[in-house]
Design a protein around this ligand. Structure first.
Ligand code: PEP
Length: 245
């Protein structure tokens, strides 16, 4: 899978123009292609991309199912736009909006209950990597939000390993660092759900992945694609990353 995360970029018209460019170019991709857009774009982008191989993701959903939560957008509302995926646990949500593993657990459950497939982000910050704690951090994130799920539910999850020090910084994990962490994540899944589930789980790499380094990252046996921020905002770059998968 190659998934884009537009974050808080592009107004509706700009977003539709980018989705339209991708629609023209992505005809028969060798992998699943997903674009994550702001909430207000979802319905129009889904309509534009109907019948194409491009899938649509929200970048978040609420941790409550409905009611008096002004400004929030529920998983059910996301689903009603035609979106199929929901990015959850992004490091920006964890850091700036204080989303804890417990909150994310609720969001994952609501997404799944409403038929959305979570793209769940995990990853350590710079200080944690420097202290050699990256494996413990990632393990705790998985245990805190996902490993309570049944096997069937867990099979709906796509994981994205995103070392926080690599997001939007131009610092990419080396292919060896990515492979080492992805293999560790897969081993944890195997411990909890067995080897078949672990082998079937899609684990994306994210963090300054671009059209120049994507092929090298994707060549690793446990790197199943990418979650792409900045480079997903430019059609040619995103298309080149899809082609690298
Ligand atoms: C992201 O936000 O998920 C991401 C990977 O961003 P960037 O590609 O810009 O580092």
């Amino acid at each position: 899978m190659v998934a884009g995360n537009w974050k808080m970029n592009k107004n509706l018209q700009e977003g539709l123009a980018l989705a339209g460019e991708l629609k023209q170019q992505v005809k028969n991709p060798a992998c699943a292609v997903v674009i994550g857009t702001p909430f207000i774009h979802l319905a129009s982008v889904c309509e534009l991309l109907k019948g194409t191989p491009i899938h649509v993701a929200a970048e978040n959903c609420a941790d409550k199912d409905k009611g008096a939560f002004t400004g929030e957008v529920s998983a059910e509302m996301v689903k009603s736009t035609g979106a199929e995926y929901c990015i959850l646990g992004h490091s920006e949500r964890r850091a700036y909006y204080h989303e804890t593993p417990a909150i994310l657990k609720d969001k994952v459950e609501l997404a799944l209950a409403n038929g959305l497939k979570p793209i769940f982000c995990i990853g350590e910050v710079k200080e944690e990597r420097e202290a050699g704690r990256q494996n413990d951090v990632v393990k705790a994130q998985l245990e805190g939000s996902l490993f309570h799920l049944s096997e069937d539910a867990f099979r709906q999850i796509t994981l994205a390993y995103e070392p926080v020090w690599a997001i939007g910084t131009g610092l990419t994990a080396t292919p060896a660092q990515a492979q080492e962490m992805h293999a560790f994540i897969r081993s944890l899944i195997a411990e909890h759900y067995g080897k078949a589930v672990a082998d079937d789980t899609t684990i994306l790499y994210g963090g300054s992945c671009n059209e120049k380094n994507a092929a090298e990252l994707f060549a690793n046996p446990d790197v199943d694609g990418g979650l792409i921020g900045g480079a997903s905002l430019v059609a040619e770059k995103f298309l080149a990353i899809i082609a690298a998968r």
